[in-house]
Design a protein around this ligand. Structure first.
Ligand SMILES: Nc1nc2c(ncn2[C@@H]2O[C@H](COP(=O)(O)OP(=O)(O)OP(=O)(O)O)[C@@H](O)[C@H]2O)c(=O)[nH]1
Ligand SMILES: [Mg+2]
Length: 205
């Protein structure tokens, strides 16, 4: 999709603030600092649509962005940043947990990992949750510019082995910094969020 229009909708602190319509939503999920907000910016070809920064915990609320009036990207606060922000027995904050449980608009979850780090216990729990839910998800391994190509291949293989995922689960290596893997993510978004007619219409947008 060619992003002609990308706008911030709301930074929601409560479910009542979530947009009330049936636009498909793509959710960006992962540990704090993996690059969720940066990936939204890279996909939309904007520098500062979503707020990103070098210290973890930049995104605190659930931020909604609307693209070409036909799809929304949802930026979640990352997990694993502060123990205090966790609710009992959950990886995510209460707010994000409510979103996963209640939101009907979710069409695709983009679960993001950092190529340099092995999945944490929180990552494993999150992937377990996704595996056991009906929610479609893909895995994105970000920050590939931080390693050489050979190192990336070795690391990605190691990560894939550690995760108990279905072999058909799409697995995309990306760098928001160098804009790698961005077309592949758009391809997945188109596939999961639109039917065939809509997909070809979107290509021409
Ligand atoms: N080298 C490199 N740096 C990246 C990449 N993606 C994100 N970063 C950097 O990583 C830091 C965190 O990025 P964010 O996009 O704010 O991460 P986040 O997952 O939204 O973090 P929280 O909002 O705290 O959960 C920033 O300094 C980004 O510039 C990437 O692909 N390569
Ligand atoms: Mg963020």
């Amino acid at each position: 999709m060619i992003v002609k229009d990308a706008k911030f909708v709301i930074s929601a602190a409560r479910p009542e603030q979530w947009p009330e319509d049936d636009l498909p939503e793509v959710v960006f999920s992962g540990k704090s600092n993996v690059g969720k907000s940066s990936l939204i910016n890279a996909l939309c070809n904007r520098k500062n649509l979503a707020y990103s920064g070098s210290s973890p915990g930049k995104t605190r609320l659930i931020n909604f962005y609307e693209i070409n009036d036909c799809i929304r990207m949802v930026d979640l606060p990352g997990y694993g940043f502060s123990k205090a922000s966790k609710q009992v027995s959950s990886v995510y904050s209460k707010l994000a947990e409510q979103y996963f449980k209640k939101r009907k608009n979710i069409r695709l979850i983009i679960q993001i990992l950092d190529i340099r780090h092995e999945p944490t216990e929180d990552d494993m729990q999150m992937i377990d949750f996704l595996n056991n839910s009906e929610l479609p998800f893909i895995l994105v391994i970000n920050k590939c510019d931080k390693l050489s190509k050979t190192q990336c291949i070795t690391k990605a293989g190691k990560i894939a082995n550690m995760l108990k995922i279905h072999p058909d689960t799409p697995f995309i290596l990306t760098s928001s910094l160098k804009k790698r893997g961005i077309d592949e993510i758009w391809h997945a978004i188109d596939f999961y969020c639109f039917d065939e007619t809509e997909q070809s219409e979107n290509l021409n947008k």
